[in-house]
Design a protein around this ligand. Structure first.
Ligand SMILES: N[C@@H](CCC(=O)N[C@@H](CS)C(=O)NCC(=O)O)C(=O)O
Length: 158
């Protein structure tokens, strides 16, 4: 009967890899900080601390920074034909410009509202050259004759 209680070698070997990986993730989970950053992200997502006023203020600051830090700033929407016409005119003149597509960023609606406060204009494109409000596409097209030298004067074209 001796052979009946013998555990086959393959069973002994198979047991080790099964039990070890099982213990490793559990102890890593308890010791690591991964679970705490996951919890913090969860809390941040579901208990947002910023108010609508704070979001508007941040959007206003962002819009003003974009206007100040770029020789040419175009607040645009990716599907807007007027915006495409403005960007094409600037491209044709070889201008360097910063464009933000308000329909593609999370704070786009807030930035659009902030622009209404800043310039009185809510539609896109909303164009600034050298920090000055130009207006929309029709305003930019109307400046065609003087646009190249205006772009050169702010360092946006050679
Ligand atoms: N006359 C304006 C027309 C601009 C316009 O109508 N833009 C549309 C988008 S194509 C707009 O801003 N619609 C309101 C919105 O998207 O919130 C111009 O030349 O820029």
């Amino acid at each position: 009967m001796h052979h009946l209680i013998q555990i086959p070698r393959c069973v002994v070997l198979a047991r080790r890899p099964i039990s070890r990986p099982f213990l490793r993730p559990r102890s890593n989970y308890l010791n690591s900080t991964n679970h705490s950053s996951f919890s913090m992200n969860f809390i941040r997502k579901f208990f947002r601390t910023s108010t609508p006023e704070e979001e508007m203020s941040a959007a206003s600051t962002k819009a003003q920074t974009i206007i100040k830090e770029n020789a040419v700033a175009v607040f645009s929407k990716s599907y807007c034909p007027h915006c495409q016409a403005s960007k094409k005119l600037l491209d044709d003149l070889g201008a360097k410009y910063f464009a933000i597509e308000l329909d593609e960023v999370d704070d786009g609606a807030a930035i659009q509202s902030a622009l209404k406060e800043i310039s009185g204009q809510r539609t896109v494109p909303n164009i600034y050259i050298g920090g000055k409000h130009i207006g929309g596409n029709s305003d930019l097209q109307a400046k065609k004759g003087e646009l190249k030298s205006l772009l050169q004067s702010v360092g946006a074209a050679a």
